[in-house]
Design a protein around this ligand. Structure first.
Ligand SMILES: Cc1ncc(COP(=O)(O)O)c(C=O)c1O
Length: 434
């Protein structure tokens, strides 16, 4: 039986202090645990598959810092690389050998990529990708998909307007209508809406940006033919296809999702795993586009800490371990084990929930409807029930993403025993629901 923990004392005290000096007490909104109706657990350390909170309680981690920690916490080879590099200086704001090593490594692991520019976050990389696409095509409109998240870039913080194929409206205060008026947002997996958008805006579209497998609605996979059609329409209308691989990059194999499925975007964006837990982002693509970046071209982009040596040491070590040890099949087996067992329990106990899985990521959706293929469908999940599930799992020592609309990430450090106890706790939760 799984053990029961309650998190309060030190985490609660820290949160009370944080709320006085950090807006909402957090440095990124989802950490506030608002969507699960509680307050955050403060994580003080991590090792392998486990994290330890400020009260010394341990949890099996299925969040992995939202994806970067594919090798688990404090992997010895990654920590060693970071320590050795840090001893030689934290930052130079100048050219450094690891920048060359990382760029060469990425180009060798990403056959569709000729060149990369390293930045500090996925958001920054997306911003640069949009600028590049606009410069390359000399057009301005961007087509995106409802429910895909591409960081907090002003223009992409939008939701669909009142009707399909209307311009979008700002989804955040402080974003001007002018900025979002060049963004079109349509439902994911909707080929006819996409064809109609190209019909209407094709001549003005600079880029289509997409999460090729969506992580930010919970797991939503592309339907067969959806990405192929996107590629075809982009080629026909001279529009840049941007794959946002901040989550999918190096998540399903030691490379991109694009290369895995043979659909080649014009620009790709990476983050998370390639920094091994340190802040990072990368824009990557064909030479003809990438050479537009300053100082070679006239698309301006810069960063004091870009290509930081300590970050790159962590990223390079992570990618090398992934390439050498290929933990992917095993991680996928574990995610499938959770999924199949949870689905079996849900069916047996008549619970309106199902788990979707792809490789090492999964989402337990609190709805009986499946498959979920777009935001409208996902929004109908019982997010409050997910909140109860999250609290229950936390008490049973499992640290899950604190929102229904996110992925669980299996790492190479997770074990079959951990999955078995997670499914046992899930079954107990279903039993209480029924
Ligand atoms: C698909 C996707 N793109 C971009 C981003 C933004 O990355 P960052 O948080 O590093 O700015 C995220 C963050 O979760 C993401 O999931």
């Amino acid at each position: 039986m799984t053990k029961i923990t309650t998190h309060t004392n030190n985490s609660a005290r820290l949160f009370a202090r944080a709320r006085r000096c950090i807006p909402g007490g957090v440095n990124s909104p989802v950490r506030a645990f608002k969507s699960v109706g509680t307050s955050p657990v403060y994580l003080a350390s991590g090792n392998g598959s486990k994290v330890y909170d400020a009260d010394g309680r341990d949890y099996i981690d299925f969040c992995g810092s939202w994806g970067p920690l594919i090798l688990g916490h404090a992997h010895p080879e990654v920590v060693d690389a970071v320590q050795k590099t840090a001893m030689k200086g934290l930052s130079f704001g100048a050219c450094h050998p690891l920048e060359v090593e990382m760029a060469e490594l990425l180009c060798s692991l990403l056959p569709h990529v000729d060149m990369v520019r390293l930045v500090n976050s996925g958001t920054e990389a997306v911003m640069t990708a949009l600028r590049l696409a606009r410069a390359f095509t000399d057009k301005t409109y961007i087509l995106k998909f409802d429910g895909c998240y591409h960081g907090h870039v002003d223009s992409l913080l939008t939701s669909a307007g009142s009707g399909l194929l209307t311009n979008t409206i700002p989804a955040s205060a402080g974003v001007s209508q002018d900025v979002v008026s060049e963004i079109i947002s349509i439902p994911y997996n909707d080929v006819s809406a996409m064809a109609a958008a190209f019909e209407k805006y094709g001549n003005q579209l600079a880029a289509v940006i997409v999460e090729p497998v969506v992580g930010n609605m919970g797991l939503v996979e592309p339907l067969p033919g959806f990405l192929q059609k996107m590629r075809e329409l982009c080629s026909t209308h001279a529009v840049c296809l941007i794959f946002d691989e901040v989550i999918t990059g190096f998540r399903f194999h030691a490379g991109s999702y694009a290369d895995l499925v043979g659909i080649i975007p014009d620009i790709s964006v990476f983050g998370k795993i390639i920094g091994g837990g340190m802040p990072v982002g990368a824009v990557a693509g064909k030479e003809s586009i990438m050479r537009l970046l300053a100082p070679e071209g006239d698309v301006y982009q810069a960063g004091t800490l870009s290509g930081n040596p300590v970050t790159l040491a962590a990223g390079i070590a992570t990618l090398k371990v992934l390439r050498q040890h290929n933990p992917y099949p095993r991680m996928a087996e574990l995610a499938t084990l959770f999924t199949e067992t949870a689905n079996e329990f849900a069916a047996k106990q008549g619970i309106n929930a199902h788990c979707a899985v792809a490789g090492s990521v999964f989402t337990l959706f609190f709805t009986g409807t499946k498959p979920l293929i777009n935001l409208d469908m996902v929004k109908r999940c019982d997010a409050q029930q997910y909140g109860h599930y999250h609290n229950f799992m936390l008490k049973h020592s499992f640290y899950l993403p604190p929102s229904q609309f996110e992925l669980n990430f299996i790492s190479a450090a997770n074990t079959e025993d951990e999955i078995t106890s997670a499914t046992a706790a899930t079954s107990e939760f279903f039993h209480r629901m029924s």
